[in-house]
Design a binder for this molecule. Structure first.
Ligand code: MEV
Length: 347
């Protein structure tokens, strides 16, 4: 039986990077930007992985990934603290970078009779801060879990997706895979003892997501911020605390039904300034902020790991009034002329 699973990307409103160090974050799944995984069981003891958008594939005997589990046997429960090792991981590491996490999941969840796992983006741009790697991991983990056990257990798929994120990013917070797996509205999460998710109801906010198309690596950016923290723990802890306060203030305002758009705009600007101080911005992201401000939308921040990738702009002016459609169109044209991609969305 062919199994198709899909998982959405995400947008972080507040709290990226600080969430890796124990702070809260507020984020939402982007249900219209997704990744699809198609699993076809086979019986020739071979495993094939295809990343269709990248034209990258890999195929070998299941034994090359160390797969020994027979069809119908449930996979081991996902490890709580992930320290991947062994032959499968070694092999996965030698594959091209985007294949690593998928190969790792295959090695852990595939059965010995083999399978073909194909991954395709449904509009979600890769490596842009919108959670594409987590969406790939969640879609693949979901398909492989159903393939292995005949049923979807989101907690299991999420735990395996987190394990894949560890393989790919080193020290993820688990925010991206949790958002992609459980979807829903906006949640506040915190690392540490575990990821606590609270659904928040927020009033409609119009957002423009701009992909600068400047390539960057989440792993490197997370390591860069961690190095700043190590070099200057006192001041950097205070930056994390300020970001934590922003996420918590926004969450409280949502819970108490008092989200005023100018207040959100202020939080967006402050959060971006703090991320810039952490070294997570990029000239292209600053250019987006300047162009949006010129167009009358003064609140832009990077979203995701930064260093390029995506920015979000609140399509509201300083008084909270929605920016008129023709002004938004002109801004989008200007951003596209600069080589950026734009997606308009509501939260
Ligand atoms: C990446 O989308 C968000 C970061 O906070 C990393 C993470 O939470 O794992 C930069």
């Amino acid at each position: 039986m062919t199994i198709i699973a899909s998982a959405p990307g995400k947008v972080i409103l507040f709290g990226e990077h600080a969430v890796v160090h124990g702070s809260h974050a507020v984020a939402a799944a982007l249900s219209s930007l997704r990744v699809f995984a198609r699993l076809e069981p086979r019986s020739d003891n071979r495993v094939r992985i295809e990343l269709l958008d990248l034209g990258v594939w890999w195929e070998d005997e299941t034994s090359a990934l160390g797969i020994t589990r027979a069809r119908g046997e449930a996979p081991e429960p996902p490890p709580s603290s992930k320290k991947p090792n062994g032959r499968a991981l070694e092999l996965a590491r030698r594959l091209e970078a985007p294949l690593v996490a998928v190969a790792y999941l295959c090695a852990e969840l595939c059965d010995a009779e083999g399978a073909t796992l194909a991954v395709k983006s449904g509009g979600l741009p890769a490596g842009a801060g919108l959670g594409s790697s987590a969406a790939v991991a969640v879609a693949c983990a979901a398909a492989l879990c159903v393939g292995a056990t005949g049923a979807l257990r989101k907690d299991v798929a999420n735990a395996w997706a987190f394990a894949a994120e560890v393989v790919q990013h080193g020290r993820p917070s688990g925010l991206d895979n949790a958002l992609s797996c459980y979807g829903g509205g906006v949640v506040a999460v915190r690392r540490g003892a575990g990821l606590e998710r609270n659904t928040l109801e927020i009033p409609p906010l119009k957002l423009l997501i701009t992909n600068t198309r400047v390539a960057r690596s989440t792993k490197e950016l997370v390591a860069k911020v961690a190095a700043e923290f190590e070099a200057a723990p006192g001041p950097v802890r205070r930056l994390f605390d300020a970001i934590d306060t922003i996420a918590l203030d926004f969450a409280s305002a949502c819970r108490e039904n008092r989200v005023a758009t100018p207040f959100v705009a202020r939080l967006v600007r402050l959060n971006h300034a703090l991320l810039r101080a952490l070294g997570a911005s990029h000239p292209a992201l600053e250019a987006v902020a300047d162009m949006a401000t010129e167009a009358g939308a003064p609140a832009t921040k990077l979203t995701g790991a930064g260093g390029g990738g995506c920015a979000i702009t609140l399509l509201h002016d300083a008084e909270g009034i929605e920016i008129a459609d023709d002004k938004v169109r002109r801004l989008v044209q200007k951003l596209r002329r600069r080589g950026f991609d734009c997606y308009q969305t509501d939260l």
